[in-house]
Ligand binder design. Structure first.
Ligand SMILES: CC(C)(COP(=O)(O)OP(=O)(O)OC[C@H]1O[C@@H](n2cnc3c(N)ncnc32)[C@H](O)[C@@H]1OP(=O)(O)O)[C@@H](O)C(=O)NCCC(=O)NCCS
Length: 187
């Protein structure tokens, strides 16, 4: 059996870049999670064409796409994109992430997003990661709080999702804050 080469791994999950071969698994996961995603994401089924164009976007230096996999089975349990990467004096990126209905609420996302954050600061040499979250998306707010993000502000009518401009809270983490909170929890 071929061993998967991961970028980073934790106790239960590992991360790697998303690839063309993930289409069937991801499209089944999106389908089973349609109800869970509906409130928060553009929850249309991913066609092969849409998947191919998102892979093309991820080949640009402004985007990085990851999947979170279980270490024991290599099944995908989450997806994370670092979008809108700006270099120069900013070195920043915006996070998008999702877990899936059959494996949500078990801490896989917390561990996996933590690995993506580590990769973004250490390997991609970013300095700031931002997450924009609808104020009533409690699971997402809990997730970023657990990972040390700080609330920076409120953006009215920030993003067009499911036929409406939705308000979002802006949360962010800098490399220094991440390092300080890692020291506090003894890593
Ligand atoms: C936001 C989202 C990614 C959070 O994912 P998640 O599955 O809740 O995250 P985790 O796998 O880390 O699970 C964390 C939850 O499991 C619980 N948990 C259970 N076992 C755990 C363990 N061993 N370790 C850590 N947490 C554990 C935690 O207490 C936490 O519950 P809480 O949210 O009530 O505090 C997910 O809800 C989602 O995909 N939502 C739809 C899309 C979306 O909103 N995307 C973000 C847009 S901003």
């Amino acid at each position: 059996m071929a061993t998967t080469r991961y970028l980073l791994q934790g106790p239960r999950v590992a991360i790697r870049h998303v690839c063309r071969q993930d289409y069937a698994e991801l499209s089944a996961l999106h389908e089973e999670s349609a109800e869970m995603h509906r409130r928060w994401l553009d929850a249309r089924a991913i066609t092969l064409e849409a998947f191919e164009s998102s892979l093309a976007r991820l080949e640009q230096p402004t985007h990085e796409g990851f999947v979170i996999c279980l270490l024991d089975t290599s099944a995908i349990v989450g997806g994370v994109n670092v979008n809108n990467i700006v270099r120069g004096a900013l070195q920043s990126g915006t996070l998008g992430y999702t877990s899936y209905a059959s494996t949500t609420g078990r801490g896989y996302m917390t561990e996996g997003l933590g690995l993506v954050i580590q990769f973004a600061f250490d390997q991609l040499e970013l300095h700031r990661l931002e997450a924009n979250i609808q104020p009533d998306n409690a699971s997402s707010l809990n997730l970023v709080k657990r990972l040390g993000f700080k609330r920076e502000g409120y953006s009215a009518a920030f993003q067009f999702i499911n036929d409406e401009w939705r308000d979002h809270e802006r949360w962010a983490l800098t490399a220094e804050t991440a390092q300080a909170s890692n020291h506090r929890i003894g890593n």
